[in-house]
Design a binder for this molecule. Structure first.
Ligand SMILES: Nc1ncnc2c1ncn2[C@@H]1O[C@H](COP(=O)(O)OP(=O)(O)OP(=O)(O)O)[C@@H](O)[C@H]1O
Length: 255
């Protein structure tokens, strides 16, 4: 990382350096450094309690670090100075593990509700805006493979379909960076494979950070993997590389 007169220069989309946070004396994140490039999809793995959720909380402004840098968009924005809403408005979208779709609304209406509200649109442009919304909904339905389900109540979807709908709702907010927490937990093998396809598709024009325990899924993503352990990066590289690393085998695979 370049450093000039104390000013960090980075071309990364997201840059964490020396980040630590403690809860009642326990260091959940410990001198964590991590860089996500523009357009990159990264998988984050690690044992329970490694700090994966806390890292997401720090990026999204839910938890403020005790120390360290959390910079966004080529180092131009210091995320530690912003609240959750401001960070979301910068294009950082998060999907939590459990789907939180509006069960009593149709798939289509869920997507409509999620679309980023246009600001400063004149009333006489309303119809045109609606058309743009329809087009975007059609696109998202296509990407998430939910076109045939558009008129169904979201509550009637399978667990996997609800997760895809929620990922679609995240896309509706037009984020630059998607943070996705354990998307395939509870999915069938077929749904898991389809979710890997969906995220690879999304990653063509978004940056994605995905936390997941399911190794078949991580393998299918075929991206760089970061292994967290005790709040720091233990290893980084291709899945085959990190899973053959002795330290990773010891702490993560339990051998
Ligand atoms: N608000 C909090 N107060 C106290 N301890 C916390 C808090 N949040 C997290 N921790 C602790 O910090 C550590 C890291 O937790 P975190 O949830 O980030 O891990 P994780 O890698 O996401 O685990 P999992 O895979 O189980 O979701 C854990 O030991 C957890 O108990």
């Amino acid at each position: 990382m370049d450093q000039v007169s104390g000013n960090k220069i980075t071309r990364a989309l997201l840059y964490l350096s020396g980040v630590s946070v403690s809860f009642e004396g326990f260091r959940a994140i410990n001198n964590l450094s991590l860089t996500i490039d523009h357009g990159e999809m990264r998988a984050i793995i690690g044992p329970n309690g490694a700090g994966k959720t806390t890292m997401m909380d720090i990026i999204t402004g839910k938890t403020r670090p005790d120390e360290g840098d959390v910079l966004y968009n080529d180092g131009n924005v210091d995320l530690t100075q912003l609240d959750e809403t401001s960070i979301a408005n910068l294009g950082i979208g998060r999907k939590f593990q459990k789907p939180t779709v509006f069960e009593q609304h149709t798939v289509e209406d869920n997507l409509l509700l999620s679309l980023k509200a246009d600001r400063g649109v004149w009333p006489n442009l309303f119809w045109r805006t609606t058309e743009a919304h329809r087009e975007r909904i059609d696109e998202i339905l296509e990407i998430t493979k939910l076109t045939a389900h558009r008129s169904r109540m979201a509550g009637a979807l399978s667990h996997g379909q609800k997760q895809w709908l929620e990922i679609g709702m995240l896309l509706g907010q037009d984020p630059k960076l998607l943070l996705v927490d354990e998307p395939v937990a509870g999915m069938t093998d077929a749904e898991t494979a389809q979710t890997a396809d969906l995220l690879r598709d999304i990653a063509k024009d978004h940056s994605v950070v995905v936390v997941e325990h399911d190794m078949d899924f991580v393998r299918a993503l075929d991206v760089k993997v970061t292994v967290l352990h005790e709040g720091s990066v233990l290893a980084e590289g291709r899945l085959d590389q990190v899973t053959s690393d002795e330290r990773v085998i010891e702490v993560y695979l339990g051998r």
